[in-house]
Design a protein around this ligand. Structure first.
Ligand SMILES: *Cc1c(COP(=O)(O)O)cnc(C)c1O
Length: 326
């Protein structure tokens, strides 16, 4: 495997609650990757352990990345960059690129650590790779050393972070955590740019964590993600040829709600109910929709590993949307 930095606080706990099992209707072990760190926590930190190692190896002075305005990935990248003494430049998608964004949630954290924020329209965001490549060339011409991280940190290198996460779960299972050494029936998680899904598909079979996985799409659709994840898997196998098997991955796109980052009333009520009955906080962009989807899945896997991928700052940026449910 490739070099990586130790950025995350690992292993993250495996957590279970009778109240959550009752709410979801099956046995759910929650992998608390919302606890991979402090303000930088979430699934992106596992990918950044590999990506930022490469950035440092290439002697980068500035990292560029992109995402939605409230991107957890952009925030984690900006915080880690600050921690490593690098600058960061974030290309954030918004329908109103000429208006300064409200400094809430992830944007507040981006600003706190001094990230440069460049707002881009949904139209320009479609060619985000070219936009970042142009900006990188421009920065390089001024003497900076740019390192570009794709959306969500979702490339082959980043996905290795989730191969490692599955090894970590295997070690926990062997220690008797997570209900014993037998594999789970499925790994369930939110899918937004596909890197987590690719790493889990490869790692879950390599480390016998589960033969099956359900990726709950929060945008786009199943056909899109099957293509995107399939490509990352093939690239990752080129980096790590020992990963020669993959779990059966089902992309479920029926629970993504009204739009990316917009939850339905029913999904918001579900998030509130989970919080009140179990103390587990899930967000309306990713983890809340994925857990909601699991609660509706038919047939439901009997013993599930649910990856809590983080996202709390995105929840904190949606106070208004929740006002009616509280
Ligand atoms: C980015 C993100 C995801 C999705 O992971 P991908 O690897 O982009 O598919 C899920 N949950 C949270 C909280 C995220 O920030």
């Amino acid at each position: 495997m490739r070099d990586k930095l130790a950025l995350a606080h690992l292993p993250t706990p495996l957590w279970r609650s009778d109240a959550l099992d009752a709410l979801i209707g099956t046995q759910v072990w929650v992998k608390r990757d919302d606890m991979t760190g402090g303000a930088e926590a979430g699934n992106k930190l596992r990918k950044l352990e590999y990506l930022m190692a490469e950035a440092l190896a290439e002697r980068a002075s500035v990292v560029l990345t992109c995402g939605g305005l409230q991107s957890n990935h952009a925030r984690a990248t900006a915080i880690v960059a600050a921690r490593l003494g690098l600058a960061s430049c974030l290309f954030l998608r918004t329908a109103t690129p000429s208006l300064p964004p409200a400094p809430s949630g992830n944007v507040l954290l981006d600003r706190l650590v001094g990230a440069e924020i460049r707002l881009i329209s949904p139209d320009d965001y479609r060619s985000r790779g070219a936009v970042m490549a142009r900006a990188a060339a421009e920065l390089a011409s001024r003497g900076a050393r740019p390192y570009v991280i794709p959306e969500g940190g979702s490339n082959a290198l980043g996905s290795l972070g989730y191969v490692d996460a599955m090894r970590e779960v295997r070690q926990q299972l062997d220690l008797g955590l997570g209900g014993g050494p037998e594999p789970f029936d499925s790994v369930v998680f939110a899918c937004g740019s596909g890197g987590t899904a690719a790493g889990i598909a490869l790692g879950a079979s390599e480390w016998e964590v589960a033969a099956e996985a359900h990726a709950m799409a929060v945008c786009d659709d199943a056909t899109y993600f099957e293509r995107v994840v399939g490509r990352i898997v093939v690239d990752a196998q080129r980096l790590a040829p020992e990963l020669d098997r993959r779990a059966k991955l089902t992309v479920v796109d029926r629970f993504k709600g009204p739009a990316y980052a917009v939850a339905s009333d029913e999904q918001r009520r579900f998030i509130v109910e989970v919080a009140r009955r179990t103390g587990l906080l899930v967000d309306p962009v990713y983890t809340g929709k994925a857990l909601f989807g699991l609660s509706k899945l038919e047939p439901k896997p009997r013993r599930v590993l649910f990856i809590h991928t983080g996202g709390l700052p995105g929840l904190l940026a949606q106070a208004d949307a929740f006002a009616g449910e509280l």
